[in-house]
Design a protein around this ligand. Structure first.
Ligand code: NAP
Length: 292
């Protein structure tokens, strides 16, 4: 079997078309506005910020980047987040990670307005996730689910294995799979025999950040494999390229595979836009969801 390779950019395109329609309707009452807050020079986030800005532009969401000085205190960051929470013109807020080491990220996330927390990182939204009632859930976890559902991968009763247990990807993804009645196993750094688990998976989601962590001999033939990892590796000619956590030879045996780049990444951007629409609907008292 050769895996169907998921076209994440096409999925993002379809999401953006629906979001753009929704934003047009919402904008009759007032613009939809997304604010990204970063502190200092956080190198890795600049690429994300550019992608977020371009994506917002494509769908009619107004985007602003507030960069606070590297030396900002926790109090200054809190004051900024409170001001955004109180500003009725602000629909959604992204608090860009990483923060400088002297700042407490979790404490800062707790200062977000949960109705504007489009990354679903506030404890109120994470709490709702455990109850299965979250409107705003972490975007990458939602993106993995969106890929599987768009490709009609059966989840009810499926053996689903999530590798990685981070708060932002692995854990929320495990909960979203559980909501869909998959039988979920979560593997992590202390898992004794990773391959014994991954080989049982009908649905395998890998979010670790280690190239070639999952190889062809570690999957069940026909499995749906969602590769969430993003790793920059050196090439022989001295350049670099982006790869996931799953080795390329998995494509020969899997039923479905998300490529890196071009798989879950673009869909995550789509989810960020979708969540911004959901946040606007929540704040304006509309029923939440995309209608087209
Ligand atoms: P993270 O916070 O570093 O979490 C990685 C997880 O993998 C941790 O739970 C870690 O366990 C676990 N782990 C480490 N080594 C392992 C091993 N050998 N076997 C099994 N589990 C292991 O990273 P993250 O934020 O979840 O992101 C994971 C990956 O997804 C990264 O490559 C990131 O760049 C990528 N990502 C992609 C998107 C996207 O849009 N496509 C979005 C977000 C993240 P311990 O904590 O116990 O060490």
């Amino acid at each position: 079997m050769t895996a169907k390779i998921v076209d994440g950019r096409a999925l993002r395109g379809a999401l953006e078309a629906r979001v753009a329609h929704e934003v047009e309707q919402l904008s009759r009452e007032g613009p939809v506005r997304l604010i990204a807050v970063s502190v200092g020079s956080a190198g890795a986030s600049d690429v994300y910020l550019r992608n977020q800005s371009r994506a917002c532009q494509r769908v009619g969401i107004r985007f602003r980047h507030d960069r606070l000085p590297e030396s900002s205190t926790q109090e200054a960051l809190t004051a900024h987040l409170h001001a955004l929470a109180a500003d009725p013109r602000v629909t959604g807020i992204i608090l860009q990670m990483p923060l400088p080491a002297h700042l407490d990220a979790r404490a800062a996330q707790a200062k977000l307005d949960p109705r504007k927390d489009i990354e679903g990182v506030h404890h109120a939204n994470l709490g709702k996730l455990t109850r299965g009632t979250a409107v705003l859930a972490p975007c990458t976890a939602q993106a993995a689910i969106h890929v599987l559902e768009s490709e009609n991968v059966p989840l009810e009763g499926a053996e689903a294995v999530v590798v990685g247990h981070s708060e932002i990807v692995g854990k929320p993804l495990a909960l979203l799979l559980l909501d869909r009645l998959a039988t979920v196993t979560v593997c992590h750094i202390a898992t004794r025999d990773l391959a014994a688990h991954t080989r049982r998976a009908d649905v395998l989601c890998v979010a670790v950040g280690k190239p070639d962590l999952v190889r062809a001999d570690m999957i069940q033939p026909g499995a749906a494999v969602v590769d969430i990892g993003i790793n920059v590796v050196k090439t022989e000619d001295g350049g670099s390229r982006v790869v996931g956590d799953v080795s390329a030879d998995v494509a020969a045996d899997a039923g479905l595979l998300t490529p890196v780049p071009g798989g879950v990444g673009p869909v995550t951007v789509g989810m960020l836009l979708r969540n911004t629409v959901f946040a606007a609907q929540l704040q304006r008292g509309h029923s939440s969801g995309l209608t087209s």
